[in-house]
Design a protein around this ligand. Structure first.
Ligand SMILES: NC(=O)c1ccc[n+]([C@@H]2O[C@H](COP(=O)([O-])OP(=O)(O)OC[C@H]3O[C@@H](n4cnc5c(N)ncnc54)[C@H](OP(=O)(O)O)[C@@H]3O)[C@@H](O)[C@H]2O)c1
Length: 278
């Protein structure tokens, strides 16, 4: 089944489900991406910081060469970054004093010279978005804000705000990022939530499929990561069932404003985004 697309404000179509690639080891990711393309994935969420973009590029090149896909069929997201998060001896990020409005201008040039088709933001709170939208001489509006979102961090206010500005939202860590390196014992494990499991049993689906479907039904774009072929396939089988309004409301009520990815080493950065309410 083809994955449905969402139309962005620049009229580009983006598949509502993509494959996350953070922590996909370089020695595995090439095969996984090839498998995902064969299975029907057309959207890949990447970053220079994930240190596996060369291998992902090789997989894409191979599948184009085989005639399985054309480059224009694929929506490939990447994120700007120069250095791999330089840190001081206490493990805290060494802050950059770059103004994100200047970074945005540089990104606008990438659109103007045809190197990228669309530009967006990630982890911006509504005050930062407002500042960007009010930038004098803004040439290209952000089409997307990629933020953490799942039943324990439902992000209702920020999503409503983004939508009111025509900005689509991608939900990252949709399964609660169970393999995040900084996980501590006692922290909530979304995939093990008994109420999610109960809903999954009712629909003959897995907890992961319920978590992904919950976000799809909120008109979000979702990017679960797996480097296991079976799960890559499982995670895309979310377009053949529907959660009821009551189930959606119940899952929304699980919100506890809990972040899997609080980016604590950057907590003192001038642009640390998670201190604002939304
Ligand atoms: N913009 C940002 O700041 C930002 C931050 C974080 C993440 N992201 C993006 O969002 C993507 C997804 O977030 P995430 O990687 O943090 O976490 P996630 O997608 O919530 O969870 C991924 C984890 O769940 C496991 N998993 C996947 N499918 C499963 C299934 N069907 N059943 C059970 N376990 C399953 C995976 O293990 P296996 O791989 O072993 O299957 C992996 O450890 C990232 O890969 C990245 O592309 C962006």
């Amino acid at each position: 089944m083809a994955i449905p697309c969402v139309e962005l404000s620049n009229k580009m179509k983006m598949p509502a489900l993509g494959l996350g690639t953070w922590q996909a080891p370089p020695e595995k990711v090439e095969e996984v991406v090839k498998f995902a393309i064969d299975s029907g994935y057309r959207h890949f969420d990447c970053a220079y910081f994930y240190q596996n973009e060369n291998e992902i590029g090789n997989a894409v090149k191979q599948k184009i060469k085989e005639g399985v896909v054309k480059r224009e069929d694929l929506f490939i997201v990447t994120k700007a970054g120069e250095e791999l998060h330089p840190k001081d001896d206490k493990g805290m990020s060494i802050p950059s004093d770059t103004d994100f409005l200047d970074t945005w201008e540089a990104m606008e040039e990438l659109v103007d010279c045809g190197l990228v088709k669309a530009i967006g933001i990630s982890n911006f709170n509504h005050e930062q978005i407002e500042r960007l939208l009010n930038k004098p001489g803004l040439k290209h509006k952000p089409v997307m804000n990629q933020i953490e979102c799942h039943p324990y961090l439902t992000q209702e206010k920020l999503i409503k705000y983004c939508k009111s500005k025509g900005i689509a939202v991608t939900a990252y860590s949709p399964l609660g990022s169970p393999n995040r390196p900084w996980a501590k014992p006692g922290e909530p494990v979304l995939l093990e939530d008994p109420k999610i499991k109960e809903i999954a049993v009712r629909h003959h689906k897995s907890p992961a499929q319920v978590l992904i479907r919950f976000l799809i039904q909120r008109d979000l774009i979702v990017i679960p990561k797996s480097d296991k072929p079976q799960r890559v396939q499982e995670n895309m089988k979310v377009f053949d069932f529907e959660l009821s309004k009551k189930e959606m409301d119940v899952i929304l009520s699980f919100n506890r404003n809990w972040r899997a990815v609080p980016v604590l080493p950057a907590v003192n950065h001038k642009d640390y985004p998670f201190k604002a309410e939304y």
